[in-house]
Design a binder for this molecule. Sequence first.
Ligand code: B3K
Ligand code: ZN
Length: 870
Amino acid sequence: MSEFTAKYLADYLPSDFTIDTVNLTVELDDHHTRVTNTLAVKKENLEQSQLILDGEHLKLVSAKLNGEQLTSDAFEQTEHQLTIFNVPDEFTLELVTEIDPANNTALEGLYKSGGAFCTQCEAEGFRRITYYLDRPDVMAIFTTKVIADKATYPYLLANGNPVERGELANGKHFVTWHDPFRKPCYLFALVAGDFDLLKDEFVTQSGRSVALEIFVDRGNKHKAVHAMDSLKRSMAWDEQVFGLEYDLDIYMIVAVDFFNMGAMENKGLNVFNSKYVLADKDSATDTDFFNIEAVIAHEYFHNWTGNRVTCRDWFQLSLKEGLTVFRDQQFSADMHSSAVTRIQNVKLLRAQQFAEDAGPMSHPIRPEKVMEMNNFYTLTVYEKGSEVIRMLHTLLGQQGFRQGMDLYFKRFDGMAVTCDDFVDAMADANGKDLSLFKRWYSQSGTPELTVTQQFDAELNKFKLTIVQHTPPSEAQPEKRHLHIPINIELIDPVTQQVTNQLLELTDVQQTWQFDASNQPIVALLGDFSAPVKTHFEQSVEELLSIIELGDNSFCIWDAGQKIMAQEVTFLLANQNAKPSESITRMMAAVMKADYDDEFKALMLTLPSFEELVSGLNKVNPQQLLDAVEQLKLFIAQQFEENLIGLYQTSEQLLQKTDGNTGDHTNDSAEGKQVAARSLANTCLSYLSMLPKYHHIIEQQFTQAKEMTSKLGALQSAVRHAPLEVGDKILSQFEQTWLEDTLVMDKWFSLQANMQVDTIFERLEQLMARDDFALTNPNRARSLIGAFAMQNARYFHDAQGKGYQFLAEQIIAMDKINPQVASRLITPLIQFKAFDEHHSELMVKALELIAAQPELSRDITEKLNAALLQH
Ligand code: B3K
Ligand code: ZN
């Protein structure tokens, strides 16, 4: 497993050559697409005599330098490169290559999704289209001529503005596009197909009109309306908050069914997984609506943070991703409940990023060693990367942060830069020393804060001491201290006064002293001001006081989560015990509190399996699930009256008001409905623990007029109801939605979540269906991914059947689509979190994969890291 080599950040060198212009002519054909690529090349390092271009899976047809055909001794071709010897200082290179898009199942480069041609070039897919200097710091002006059969492919799209179109012989036509902005080739895009087109317009703050176009499969136009509204909201928000305006005359989005990730920010021509574009109320949940808006915003925001200012090299990925995730999170928080949005961000981070950072693939947000770049589009680079930007925002304040952004664009517009460049702009614009802060970019692992307190009643002084420690990792055995912003609230339990303060921890240990006439209660990490774990002994009394008296919604929620997690830990350690008083007191406080419905739903929800695992050590997954179920059942029994009351009130609200599909923002009627549905589904999930309420599952399913309630009923059914109930409504659901791909993905996921001992036979049967195919990433993830990442009970089967099932699917998938295979392996490599019995079975499954011949670079990198830890 050592045939692949890694690249190191420390080895970065600027390119010996630059490319001024690229002229592409792409003659589309299923198996023989011909690409003519004319490059204007300039030598920057005059010592260098040979030009080495990247290229993979390409058939070279011809090569000309300054119009002269190159003879075979003038160049050399290998599996990954084309080297041209003795090149002059400036020259034109014309390369003709042929590719086979219809057999491209890796979905990188040019491929076919359904009937359409589309591209995915980030990170290193452009080299599968033509030979090029495929690195983000080579920025050129692109002109692209697309040629295809007119009847089959009426729309021919590429980056920039259309400059010419016309008819050709044999029923073909062409369109030429010119992108006036210099860009790296990873932002190149091309699409050809037959679509329905939703058109709109946005007038920018300076008065320019921008055409907005969303291309979707025929028949789906009405499902693009929410995406279009989201796009217009994003454009307005970026002008208001960051003063950033769109720069081309046209902005296009194409939705495709076959896509490895969520979406791609190609300049002027985003390509999206249809899952993040298409929605209407019948077929999409409130979460789908939310996610579509967030992803549309994310890709739009990349136009400045990613495209106008891009990354020097791929180690700097968080420069654009961390920053753009932060921007989309702020946008979502402004459009919806900021408290709920923030808590959802934190839940994702704690459940998944903390696990990644504790596992074998742990890496800093700016990795230093990469074998396969696609393996580094991670929760660490994205979500922790966003937390690092958020900490800067917290340290500098909204206005200081904006000044830093302004300076960043002033200095670097049109350039390919580094994370250091970004932090320097923030530091310089604010006169703030951020040198210690930069360690967040180079150090991996989740820091842990140990907090102790001391109150002197005589002197009326309160002392808070915080010690930081980051556990060592394989790659970084010695961790250093970081600059950590810590928002705290001090609650005076007598006067009930709340004061808040931002502490800056800049040493291993620091103590702060406050004047206080009564011993205050500390609410730590307001708004989750740093991506850390905390060890802070607080009594149930104190935690309840935070819930009842605190100001910060995150701290209120977190205090509740802490009580719940402590309860689970207690039940885990005392197998025959009953849940304690504290959970009853906490739940009673939550039930009577005057929260909005969505926040209440979050307060009632137990920490997820993954969130709990990240706070435990070498856990037995089956026992953990038992403890959680025991607690859930206890709450359902103790609070049956409250839960049914809340359920009925929410249902009544939902019957009374009829929402619209348009405005989903916080204060709208629709926003209130979203909240009510979230609360109703949370209550239903508890109530379905009690057999006497199983009938309301079916009732909700039958009566619901939209997808969120239908899916809520189905989820409760597959998790808690007897098999007959689940199977009955699942089959009704299937009959209704058989023709809708995205809804059927949900159906497959529900099946993968079933709590039945026959789950493995079911999975096999589902995979044998005609509408299941490993070549479609969404479908594969909806079954295999959902099973491995959501059905903890059976994934962690005590005999290892779940692990083996996943290993077999990964082996099959790796031959088809290495990127998707590599993402599916995540739950298996995190074996260190579990007890010996389970972790050994997980390692066995990994060894089964490792024994296969010809594994991809993607899977190899992860297996190497994981098995090294064993
Ligand atoms: N920049 C793309 C990710 C492309 C990943 C390629 N493996 C999506 C995004 O973050 O906006
Ligand atoms: Zn992004």
